[in-house]
Design a protein around this ligand. Sequence first.
Ligand SMILES: NC(=O)c1ccc[n+]([C@@H]2O[C@H](COP(=O)([O-])OP(=O)(O)OC[C@H]3O[C@@H](n4cnc5c(N)ncnc54)[C@H](O)[C@@H]3O)[C@@H](O)[C@H]2O)c1
Length: 331
Amino acid sequence: MRVLVTGGAGFIGANFVHQTVRERPDVHVTVLDALTYAGDEASLADVADAITFVRGDVADAEVVDRLVADADLVVHFAAESHNDNSLSDPWPFVQTNVIGTFTLLEAVRRHGVRYHHISTDEVYGDLELDDPAKFTDQTPYNPSSPYSSTKASSDLLVRAWVRSFGVQATISNCSNNYGPYQHVEKFIPRQITNLVDGVRPKLYGTGQNVRDWIHVEDHNTAVWAIVERGEIGQTYLIGADGEVDNKTVVETLLELMGQDRDAYDLVSDRPGHDLRYAIDATRLRTELGWRPQYGSFRDGLAATVEWYRANEAWWRPRKDATEAKYATLGR
Ligand SMILES: NC(=O)c1ccc[n+]([C@@H]2O[C@H](COP(=O)([O-])OP(=O)(O)OC[C@H]3O[C@@H](n4cnc5c(N)ncnc54)[C@H](O)[C@@H]3O)[C@@H](O)[C@H]2O)c1
């Protein structure tokens, strides 16, 4: 099987490529990645000999057509993915997330290639902190930020291409991922690398916001389960019952890294910061038989701390520029 992985030099895509090379010797992976600030070929160094890497843009119809024509399956991870950036400059989000997805859909339509679309639970907006409800595939779309609205737009394009043109596609909306190769701009790697540098963690607002954490390896086994056993045209929510508030994440990290649980600072909140996300992944478990491998968030977090400690050469080149950017925002 020949798989085209877009965004394979980013966080989740790189982990997907590693997992696929490791566990599926019958699959040949081609990565298409523009290597924006978020992509890093070093994230694929260990598997470079086993894959084909193409530097290119998912909105470039010519390169996309050529690569899709050669594939049996497309798994589309490439995106602009950082909420903070979408508030300061939304255009790249529209270009990559909407036009890029359109470009891929047209190519899979022309060539009759199976397509899996990676999306986020942020398309559903947020839940109240005291609301027992979780997101399901029936929850109405209600995105808050330019990031989540462009992801919602791309999901709707996929649904329409299935209905109107019979494209063989599935969609997954996943909760917050953590694990190796995540950019230091994101919450958990930023806190870990700050602690390595002796800098106190910074928490937006009061830290009450709840995220439903899943280890990236578990996300990617779910993606394979959907590709292999999912029903065409369906949307699957991916989550591992990992609801934790941001304050607890920081306190757990401090403890895992040998410091006092209260050694952090509060900073001003991000505008429109969603309160709570929570995923009901019942369909994935009952219909496709998927189970997460990481037993607890704490275990997954401890493994992630160890990974960042052991791979400073990977994250160090990006750290200063990331912190300089946050400093201009006062965060
Ligand atoms: N990180 C999460 O917690 C999370 C949760 C749910 C869903 N998702 C979704 O998963 C996908 C991957 O997220 P991530 O966290 O790995 O993102 P990331 O920002 O780490 O990686 C994105 C990758 O896409 C590449 N890219 C960006 N624009 C491109 C373009 N125009 N053409 C080709 N490549 C381009 C970048 O170079 C980078 O390698 C995204 O679609 C995101 O919406 C992420």
